[in-house]
Design a protein around this ligand. Structure first.
Ligand code: DC
Length: 218
């Protein structure tokens, strides 16, 4: 079987990885893998304080989890145990739980294997924190997106306002900064660019300009 095509996009919370992974996957007519959604769904499955359980208990609970993908481009659907993962994972609270479980080697080892298995079966645009450094280190195309905390919080604020949801810019900045700190400083697979990644500072760029930079960097 021919090796699968893997493009990696890493970067901090709220930098636009998912938007770009979907667009690039559509452009390449392949699936995208939202690995943050895998951490979020796992965190929700383990429950609020699940990350404080004994390691052996967590390992045994994870044993029952299977991930799958269907569709491609922006219509790719990620499944956990045959059920599509939905919007229930898209809260700042579940994001923080995900960041907590993501510090645990037992969870990272389990999800790394699940991600590599998917990468062995599907051509992928894989987005997350450690795609280029740890999960797919030999991917030929790697990107690292970055932007200041203020810019990322403001983008999130605008999205929430547009959806008619309550939003507090200062609270968003604090939440994003806390998650950044934990994601960048954990001992296992911290957030950092791969040595061979194309770095893109999206702070002053439009969505179109970021997308063009990705296409140019393929
Ligand atoms: O991308 P996101 O906000 O949905 O990710 C949620 C959390 O999951 C993030 O704060 C850290 C963790 N994560 C990770 O450690 N490694 C990944 N490849 C993806 C996400």
């Amino acid at each position: 079987m021919a090796a699968k095509r893997i493009v990696t996009i890493d970067g901090p919370a709220g930098v636009g990885k998912s938007t770009m992974a979907k667009r690039l996957a559509k452009h390449l007519a392949i699936a995208y893998l939202d690995t943050g959604a895998m951490f979020r769904a796992t965190a929700l499955f383990l429950g609020e304080n699940g990350w404080e359980l004994p390691e052996a208990e967590i390992a045994s609970r994870l044993d029952s989890l299977r991930f799958g993908l269907s569709g491609s481009g922006a219509d790719t659907v990620l499944h956990m145990n045959e059920t599509p993962i939905g919007d229930e994972i898209r809260t700042e609270q579940v994001g923080m739980w995900a960041s907590n479980v993501a510090t645990l080697p037992v969870v990272r080892t389990f999800l790394k294997k699940a991600q590599q298995d998917l990468g062995g079966r599907f051509d992928l645009v894989a987005e997350g924190r450690d795609m280029g450094t740890v999960v797919f280190p030999s991917a030929p195309s790697k990107f690292f997106l970055d932007a200041t905390v203020e810019v990322r919080a403001k983008r999130r604020f605008d999205q929430l306002v547009e959806m008619g949801k309550p939003a507090d810019l200062h609270e968003l900045e604090t939440a994003i900064a806390a998650r950044d700190h934990q994601d960048r400083n954990r001992a296992t697979a911290p957030l950092k660019p791969a040595g061979d990644a194309v770095l893109i500072d999206t702070s002053g760029l439009t969505i179109e300009e970021v997308f063009q930079a990705l296409v140019d960097g393929l």
